[in-house]
Design a protein around this ligand. Structure first.
Ligand code: NAD
Ligand code: 0WE
Length: 254
C-alpha cells in the first residue's frame, strides 16, 4: 500500500452499469484502495473481472441479509486493511411484483424484504465499519426522489428510501462523535440492472431530461464523483445530508 493511501469498502457491485462501479472508478482514480463486495458467486463472476481492472482492489462476497456473512466480511476487511476510511452502500431491492401492482397491495413479506435489504443493511454495515474507522471516516448510501414525492410503481421502494434517508440522519448523530460522517446521494434515474424491466423506464428518462434544469439525465460518473467528494476531506463539515445529483429535477414545481 502507498504511504497515506486511504481505503474504502463498497457494497453493491453487480455489473458495469452498477452505480457502485461508477463510484469505484472515481474513488480508484482519486487514489483510494478499494475492497469491493458482491452479493453471491453468480454476480461475482462479472464483478471479479471489473475489480481486476482497478489497481490494488480486492473482491469479497457478502449477502447482506445474512448476519453471519456481514460479520465475516468485516473480519476479512479488518484482516486485510486494519483501518478503513470510507464505506459505500449502493444496495437496494424489492421483490419485482411489488413494483408492478398497486401500492395498496404491498405484501407484508415484500415490505419486509425491501426494508431489510434496502434499509437495515445500511445499519448493519455501518456498525461493522465503526470499529475499523478508527481515525474517522465517511459513509455514503444511494437514495431516490421517490422517497419524498410519489413516483408511480416505485411503491414500497419509496417508503424504504424515506426510511433510508431517516436512517442516515440517525446514524450521523450516533457516529458523529467518532468523526464518522454519513450521507446519502439522491441520484436521478440511471439505466442499471435495477432499472431493467421497469415498465416505461425510457419514458421516465425522457421526461426527466425534459423537465430538469440541465435538460439531460444524470451520468453515473457524476454520482461517482459526488461520492468521492463526500468521502473526501473536502466534505469534512457535511453529515446527515441527502445531496441531489439529478440535474436539478427535484427543485421543479412544474
Ligand atoms: P444495481 O442492481 O447495479 O445495484 C443494486 C445492488 O444491490 C446489486 O449489486 C445487488 O447485487 C445488490 N444487492 C441486492 N440484494 C443484496 C443482498 N441481499 N446482499 C448484498 N447485495 C445485494 O443497481 P443500481 O442502480 O446501481 O442501484 C444501486 C443503488 O442506487 C440502489 O440503492 C438504488 O436504489 C439506488 N438508486 C438507483 C437509481 C437508478 O435509477 N438506477 C437512482 C437512484 C438511486
Ligand atoms: O432504486 C431504484 C431501483 C430499485 C429496484 C429495482 C428493482 C428491479 C428488479 C428495487 N428492486 C428491484 N427488484 C427487481 O426485481 N431506482 C431508483 C430505479 C427505479 O426503479 C423504479 C423507478 C426508478 C427510477 C421502479 C419504478 C418506477 C421508477
Amino acid at each position: 500500500m502507498t504511504e497515506g493511501q486511504k481505503t474504502a469498502v463498497i457494497f453493491g457491485l453487480a455489473n458495469k452499469r452498477s452505480i457502485a462501479w461508477a463510484i469505484a472508478q472515481k474513488l480508484s482514480a482519486a487514489g483510494w484502495r478499494l475492497g469491493i463486495a458482491y452479493m453471491n458467486e453468480r454476480l461475482g463472476l462479472e464483478a471479479k473481472d471489473l475489480i481486476a481492472e482497478l489497481p490494488g482492489a480486492d473482491g469479497f462476497m457478502c449477502d447482506l441479509t445474512q448476519d453471519d456473512q456481514v460479520a465475516r466480511v468485516f473480519e476479512e476487511f479488518k484482516e486485510k486493511y486494519g483501518v478503513i476510511h470510507g464505506l459505500v452502500h449502493s444496495v437496494g431491492f424489492a421483490p419485482p411484483d411489488e413494483l408492478k401492482k398497486p401500492f395498496v397491495e404491498t405484501s407484508r413479506e415484500g415490505f419486509r424484504i425491501a426494508h431489510d435489504i434496502s434499509v437495515y443493511s445500511l445499519i448493519a454495515v455501518s456498525r461493522g465499519a465503526m470499529p475499523l474507522m478508527a481515525s474517522g471516516g465517511g459513509i455514503v448510501t444511494l437514495t431516490y426522489f421517490g422517497s419524498e414525492k410519489v413516483v408511480p410503481n416505485y411503491n414500497v421502494m419509496g417508503v424504504a428510501k424515506a426510511a433510508l434517508e431517516a436512517t442516515v440522519r440517525y446514524l450521523a448523530f450516533d457516529l458523529g462523535p467518532k468523526a464518522i460522517r454519513v450521507n446519502a446521494i439522491s441520484a436521478g434515474p440511471i439505466k442499471s440492472l435495477a432499472a431493467r424491466g421497469i415498465a416505461n423506464f425510457s419514458d421516465m428518462l425522457r421526461a426527466q431530461a425534459e423537465r430538469a434544469p440541465l435538460k439531460r439525465t444524470v451520468d453515473p460518473g457524476e454520482v461517482g464523483s459526488t461520492a468521492a467528494f463526500l468521502l473526501s476531506d473536502a466534505a469534512s463539515g457535511i453529515t446527515g445530508e441527502t445531496i441531489y445529483v439529478d440535474c436539478g429535477y427535484n427543485i421543479m414545481g412544474f
